[in-house]
Design a protein around this ligand. Structure first.
Ligand code: HEM
Length: 290
């Protein structure tokens, strides 16, 4: 915060001593500091290992950092979706680029976590019981906004209306891809009612009319430049989503092998099947047809 804008910064700072950086503020008794603004006490207080195992710190940190990135991705996706719903295409491109950059950070976090060996993990695994990323509301919201929809996956949040309510609302609202297809239709590309008024709670099913519309865009990019750019940006998002999932699977296999997951699934088998989910099917198919 600029000192000039802070109503509390009335008293001049004492002159800095010989070792102080030039003009640095040194007295925060009556000013809001970095840690105050960012609520670092609260943030870091959430880091509560349940064991004395050294690696539990790493495990918690990577999960916390990942949840913060997921939260940012949700905000950026929602903003981009509002803009798309209003028929705007340039601003969502910027927002989706930020989503991709955040996804890169999420995926890079696996490299830190992979330094933990199975033996190190087993020193604290017993402590967190049935907790699992399977119960991550942030991750589920990203999936739902992107269009990977399965009502069963929202059941772990039923006891938490504050989490379940927004997820349920998003499940019955258009995904980023639904909004994109509505934009295509508004631009005169023919899409039938079963596409535009589909059951929103279901995952998208590939449709020949959607493929035909994307073919029109991809065969004449100059004419449909913003839609073309939007399509490629969505593909970037799915590409990075796949990269995160694949790295998760690899991290899981090297850490717990083929044991069942703490969330009750088969573990690696479940995560391998999840790799098959396709978010924007026609954007992958259009390449075959060009
Ligand atoms: C050594 C570290 C990790 C292991 C062994 C692990 C293991 C697993 C397993 C086995 C599952 C399947 C569900 C179940 O528990 O039965 C799962 C799901 C999940 N994990 Fe992890 N995980 C690890 C780290 C992380 C991290 C750092 C995140 C970051 C947020 C994360 C997020 C998720 C999410 C979102 C799911 C649900 C995926 C889906 O349903 O498609 N995991 N994890």
């Amino acid at each position: 915060m600029a000192a000039g804008n802070d109503p509390r910064s009335t008293a001049p700072d004492p002159p800095p001593g010989p070792d102080a950086p030039e003009r640095a503020r040194l007295d925060f008794a009556r000013r809001s500091s970095y840690g105050d603004y960012l609520r670092l006490g609260t943030l870091l207080a959430a880091h509560q290992p349940l064991t004395a195992a050294h690696d539990e710190h790493l495990f918690i940190t990577v999960h916390h950092v990942s949840e913060l990135w997921l939260d940012l991705i949700v905000r950026e996706l929602r903003a981009a979706m509002d803009q798309l719903a209003g028929g705007v295409t340039d601003a969502p491109l910027k927002g989706l680029t930020r989503v991709v950059r955040a996804q890169e950070q999420l995926t890079a976090a696996w490299e830190v976590l992979k330094t933990m060996t199975p033996a190190e993990y087993l020193q604290f695994r017993h402590a967190f019981g049935e907790a699992s990323g399977f119960q991550s509301a942030g991750y589920r919201m990203v999936e739902v906004l992107l269009g990977n929809r399965n009502p069963t996956l929202l059941r772990p949040f039923e006891h938490r209306p504050d989490l379940h309510g927004p997820l349920q609302a998003a499940l019955h609202a258009p995904s980023v891809y639904d909004l994109t297809l509505r934009l295509l239709a508004a631009r005169g590309l023919p899409l039938p009612p079963e596409v535009l008024e589909r059951d929103l709670a279901a995952p998208p099913a590939e449709h020949p009319a959607v493929l035909a519309a994307w073919l029109t865009v991809y065969r004449d990019p100059q004419r449909h430049w913003d839609l073309y750019e939007l399509a490629e940006k969505l593909l970037d998002v799915e590409d990075h989503f796949r990269a995160w999932r694949f790295n998760h699977l690899t991290t899981v296999e090297r850490t717990i092998g083929f044991r069942a997951g703490s969330g009750g699934t088969s573990g690696a088998g479940y995560l391998r099947r999840a790799l098959d989910a396709v978010l924007f099917p026609e954007l992958w198919q259009v390449r075959t047809q060009l």
